[in-house]
Design a protein around this ligand. Structure first.
Ligand code: NOJ
Length: 551
C-alpha cells in the first residue's frame, strides 16, 4: 500500500500540520460546497506553503448537525464532497507532492441517523441494541461532566422509539457507542483498516478519553480506554507500520501524558494544556504560564510527540485552565458575549491578536519553536477573520479565501448558495486577505509564514530537540534553548508590548557565536558574563549557536 515515504518512522516529529475541512476549502462544481476535486487542485498551494501533513476534518456521510462529527456511515464519503475515487486521487496526489494525509475518525459516537442506531432503537431484540448504552433512568452515571454545557442538560437523552434513555457525551443526537461490546471494538478496528487501505498516513482520533463509561466515575481516562487504543496501536504497528495515531485528549498534563503509554499507545497528542497558556502569557506579559506547562509536559517517551496548536476548528477551549486563568482569557480575548461558546472562545487567531501583526508573528514564533509538531488551521496563515454571529463554531469555519474574486475564489455558486458566507468585515475582507493578494506582497503574513516554516525546517532541533527554559532577568521575556545532536538554538520572546532589556546567563556556551536565523546575521560571541539583549515590543528572535571557527 502506498503511504508516502516510510523510510523514517519518526516522520511525525518533523512535520508541519495543516488542518482543513474539505467542505470549506475549494468548490470544484459550483454547488457552494467544497469537495475533494477542489481540494486536489489546491495541493500545489499547500506544497508551496511547505506544509507536510494534512489533517482532514470528518468527510463521512452525516446530517451535519455537528459539522460532520455526527457520522452516519463510516465507510463512505459525504456525497457533497465527492466519491471514494475522488478521495483516493486526492491521497495519491498529496503523496506525489510529499504531503501526508491523516483523517479524523470519530470513535466515541455516531449520528442518531446512523443505521446502527436506527436499528438499535427500532426493537428491543435488535442485534444492534447492545452497540449503544441504554437505561430506564437518567439518574445513573451522573458524575460524568457535561461537555457541551451551553446546549445539553444531561448526558442521557430519552428515545421515544426505544422507550429508554441513551447515553451521549456530546450533542443529544450523537449516541455514544458501547465499547464494552466486543463487536463495536472490532467494527471500529475494521473502519480503521478500511481507511488505512486507501493509503492514508494515520488518524486524528476524536474525543478519545470518553469511549468507556463507568457509573460512579468521571467516565474519562478509564483503563479500558487505554487498553482499546493500545490494541489499535498494535494493529497499526503490525499491519500498517509507519502510520500514526494522533489523539484529541483534552486533559490535564498527567492524564494526557498517560495516553502516550510507554510509547505503545498514541504517537501524538494535542498539547491542550499548553495552548491557552500561550495566550495567557501574552495577556499577562509574563513568561511563567508557558514555562510551567512546558516543564510539566516535556518528558515523554522517545517515540512520541506533541502536536501543538494555537487555533483549530473548535472554540479555543478553556477546560484545562483554573478560574483565575479563565478570567484572564475571558477578559482579554472574549470582550463580546458572542465570542464565548461552552467553556471557550470561538475566534480565529488574527482577531484574537486584535489583528496586530506583531502579536500574530510572536504567537507563531512560539508555535514554531516550542516542543512538538506545529499545526496551522486553514486560513490562519493569511490572517483570516471570523464571524461570531454565525452560531455554533461556524464563525471560524467560513470559506477559504483564495482571491479577491466572487466568493473569495472559493466557489462559482451564487453567494446565497455557499454553505457559509465569506468574511466581509472591513478589517478582514476577503478582497485583501486572500492567497492571491498575499502571495504578491513580499511582506504579507502568508509570505512570512512560508519563510518561518522554511527556517524551522533547516533544524531538526525544533521538532526533536530537548528544551531548557532559561531564567531571564526580566519576567516579560520567555527564553529557551532547543538542543538536538550538535544543534543548539536560542529562542527569545518579548511578551510585552513595550521594548525590554534583559540579560541571559549563557556562560555554558561561552565562545559560541549566536547567528540570528532569519537574516543569518552574526552577533557578538558569548562570554562567561551574562549576555545582554534588547527586544522591541512583541518581537522574537531565534539564534543558532555556532562554534566560533575564526579562533
Ligand atoms: C471534538 C471535535 O473537535 C468537535 O468539533 C466535536 O463537536 C466534538 N468532538 C463532538 O464530536
Amino acid at each position: 500500500m502506498e503511504a508516502g515515504n516510510k523510510s523514517d518512522n519518526f516522520w511525525y516529529k518533523d512535520v508541519v500540520f495543516y488542518e482543513l475541512h474539505v467542505r470549506t476549502f475549494c468548490d470544484s462544481n459550483g454547488d457552494g460546497v467544497g469537495d475533494f476535486k477542489g481540494l486536489t487542485t489546491k495541493l500545489d498551494y499547500l506544497q508551496w506553503l511547505d506544509v507536510d501533513c494534512i489533517w482532514l476534518l470528518p468527510f463521512y456521510p452525516s446530517p451535519l448537525k455537528d459539522d460532520g462529527y455526527d457520522v452516519s456511515d463510516f465507510y463512505s464519503i459525504h456525497p457533497d464532497l465527492g466519491t471514494i475515487e475522488d478521495f483516493r486521487v486526492f491521497v495519491h496526489e498529496a503523496h506525489k507532492r510529499g504531503i501526508k494525509v491523516i483523517v479524523d475518525l470519530v470513535f466515541n459516537h455516531v449520528s442518531s441517523e446512523h443505521s446502527w442506531f436506527k436499528e438499535a432503537r427500532s426493537h428491543p431484540e435488535s442485534q444492534k441494541k447492545s452497540w449503544f448504552i441504554w437505561s430506564d433512568t437518567n439518574k445513573k452515571n451522573i458524575s460524568a461532566r457535561i461537555i457541551f454545557s451551553d446546549t445539553e442538560k444531561s448526558n442521557w437523552a430519552w428515545d421515544d422509539e426505544a422507550k429508554a434513555y441513551y447515553w451521549h457525551r456530546f450533542y443529544g443526537y450523537q449516541p455514544d457507542l458501547n465499547y464494552d461490546n466486543p463487536e463495536v471494538r472490532e467494527e471500529m478496528k475494521n473502519v480503521m483498516r478500511f481507511w488505512l487501505d486507501t493509503g492514508i498516513d494515520g488518524f486524528r482520533c476524536d474525543a478519545v478519553p470518553y469511549i468507556f463509561d463507568r457509573d460512579g466515575t468521571s467516565s474519562e481516562n478509564l483503563p479500558e480506554t487505554h487498553l482499546f487504543f493500545r490494541e489499535g496501536r498494535k494493529m497499526l504497528d503490525e499491519e500498517y507500520p509507519g502510520r500514526i495515531l494522533l489523539a484529541e485528549v483534552n486533559q490535564w498534563p498527567t492524564e494526557a501524558i498517560s495516553y502516550f503509554g510507554n510509547g505503545d499507545e498514541f504517537h501524538m497528542l494535542f498539547n491542550f494544556p499548553l495552548m491557552p497558556r500561550i495566550f495567557i502569557a501574552l495577556a499577562k506579559e509574563h513568561y511563567q504560564p508557558v514555562a510551567d506547562i512546558i516543564n510539566q509536559t516535556k518528558s515523554i517517551p522517545e517515540a512520541c510527540q506533541w502536536a501543538i496548536f494555537l487555533r483549530n476548528h473548535d472554540e479555543l477551549t478553556l477546560e484545562m485552565t483554573n478560574d483565575e486563568e479563565r478570567d484572564v482569557m475571558w477578559r482579554e480575548y472574549a470582550k463580546h458575549p458572542k465570542m464565548r461558546f461552552n467553556l471557550g472562545i470561538r475566534r480565529r487567531l488574527a482577531p484574537l491578536a486584535d489583528n496586530d501583526r506583531l502579536r500574530i508573528e510572536l504567537l507563531y514564533g512560539l508555535l514554531f519553536s516550542l516542543p512538538g509538531s506545529p499545526l496551522i488551521y486553514y486560513g490562519d496563515e493569511l490572517g483570516m477573520g471570523d464571524n461570531i454571529f454565525l452560531g455554533d463554531r461556524n464563525g471560524v469555519r467560513t470559506p477559504m479565501q483564495w482571491s479577491p474574486d466572487k466568493n473569495a475564489g472559493f466557489s462559482s455558486a451564487d453567494s446565497e448558495q455557499l454553505y457559509l458566507p465569506v468574511i466581509t468585515n472591513p478589517n478582514y475582507h476577503y478582497e485583501a486577505i486572500n492567497v492571491y493578494a498575499e502571495k504578491r506582497l513580499p511582506y504579507s503574513l502568508l509570505n512570512w509564514m512560508k519563510n518561518v516554516i522554511g527556517i524551522r525546517k533547516q533544524k531538526k532541533a525544533f521538532g526533536r530537540g530537548y528544551i531548557e527554559i532559561l531564567k531571564p532577568s526580566n519576567t516579560k521575556i520567555l527564553a529557551f534553548i532547543r538542543e538536538y545532536d550538535d544543534e543548539r538554538i536560542l529562542c527569545i520572546f518579548n511578551l510585552s508590548r513595550h521594548a525590554q532589556y534583559f540579560e541571559l546567563n549563557l556562560g555554558q556556551y561561552a565562545g559560541m557565536i549566536p547567528v540570528e536565523m532569519f537574516g543569518n546575521t552574526n552577533f557578538p560571541a558569548i562570554k562567561k558574563e551574562p549576555y545582554s539583549f534588547t527586544l522591541t515590543g512583541h518581537r522574537f528572535m531565534w539564534f543558532e549557536l555556532r562554534k566560533n571557527t575564526s579562533v
